[in-house]
Design a binder for this molecule. Sequence first.
Ligand code: AGP
Length: 598
Amino acid sequence: MCGIVGIINSNELKVKSLNILSKLEYRGYDSAGVSFLSNKKIKTITEVGKISKLSKSLTSTYDNFHSVIGHTRWATHGVVSKNNAHPFSDQKISLVCNGIIENYKDLQKKYLAHYKKNIESDVETVFLVLKELSKKINDKYKLIKKLKSILRGNYAFLIYFSDTEETYALKAGSPLSIGKKMNSVYFSSDPSALDEYIYEIYHLHDGDVLRVSKSEVSFLNNNKVKFLPYQQSTNKFSKGDFKHFMIKEIHEQPIVLKNTQKYYDKDYFVDFRDKLKDLLQESNSFVFVGCGTAYHACLTAKYYFEKFTSINVSCEYASELRYKNINNKNSKAIYIFISQSGETMDTLMALKYVKSKGFNSIVITNSLESTMVREANITLPTFAMKEIGVASTKAFTCQLLALANLCLEVGVINKNLNSKEYLKLKKDLRNIPSKLNKILKMDNYLDKIVNLLSSAKACYFIARNNVFPIALEGSLKLKEISYMHSEGFAGGEMKHGPIALIDKEVVSICLNPNNELFEKSNSNCEEILARGGKVIVFSSKTSGSKKNLFEVILPKETYIDAPFIYTMPLQLISYYYALNEGTDIDQPRNLAKSVTVE
Ligand code: AGP
């Protein structure tokens, strides 16, 4: 995972590098470090922990240096420690890496057998191997070429040599962009982190090797490379009046959903519908692919498509799909990849895999500059704006909205929906923001639920049909930011095993929309209460039960808007419970916003 930055031939390096690194911190925050470079000198400072800690250690102005490379880490190989923090450097070489070098043990055997010290990390191995190789290979380009030829894995490197004052950039699998402004050159794992600094941009391709000497950039493997004008993103990195990004992002949902729906209501679909018609003529199924929260969006889409269309739909975890045999020549599936970041390695690799087998692909993403957009046949955007909190909230509901709109288009093309039904469902989608605004105003249930959770040892989320994926999502939210043990179950499955978990220290949260399954879910609640469990119910209709259960009455739902209406209160209870627990809500332990390793 990790984020890397490089600033070559510029000034105010401390302020700029810390600013860019803090925007990359969503990629990992186990440790951070920078190497300042100039006049054949390298000065490296690393810290375990977040960028704010590194910032405190950077006491001088570093005005004497003209360049810097830096790193923010999500530990893969090797514990979280100063020793494993990047940059790895001495007085001759400094390097930072985002990715994983899979054959590092082989490299150790081949090149570092004489080495006494225990080398924990893959990237430290690369650093030491590079040092070994540099004893025999003087020419820096030849040295880099040699290094590239022996590395296996997905990575992006920035490597600085003090004797020639050259910086090399290598990309294979992990994202890396280079930007320019006047005589200064910038590198970043995420181009949006360079917003205020660059006029032109180039996104490196796999296999690219670049050399920057002073401000001159040479593409060593590809002469046709062109920088393109850079368009600043409108995304803001500010919490405004909110205490955390997560709660700000929860509150932003009515507006970002409105913006997303506006896009899907416009003429855009005339264009898209034609492309979709062509795709559907040669296709008989959709496969939805994602990870984590995005996978829960896939599961919800399956319910939508099964309800409103006749197309066959299945869902795959990207991390599983990658290793499956999909060589079925008779299947003409369209693969639909869902990713907030557009950079999740498992999803990206699954997309590349599917493409290599000749299947068509659609990407639904919040990041239009991302690698997945460049790989897919068609992109459907969500307009959630930048999501900073590690826990995905507004990006998820915008994914649901894009998927709901896609489903209705397919329903119309396949003649499963007539125009009256289509228009009614579109209206339901347009009404979602006002229902969510109502939920944001109802805060009377939050304290009570936080109290119930505080005395519980575990919390289970139970639901049926199209809100079952929302139970899984509610559980993921709670566990990732509060660290409480939690699971999501399909209501009907409780009696097949999970009900054994119920006792008086367990809280069960039941999502119970007012539909034909309402009584079935009520029975689930009764069965839990009968075994001494505590039950909280979210529903638009009271069950009338006098028993020890706490009900939260939500706005009336329809089939298509229920997943949205039942998501928001679960995001809120996770947030307020985590706040009560005092966890690091925007950057929970062991996680990163963008999982750019396999
Ligand atoms: C959920 O809150 C997490 N942030 C995580 O599950 C996330 O949804 C997953 O890693 C996929 O990320 P993506 O949407 O950027 O691909």
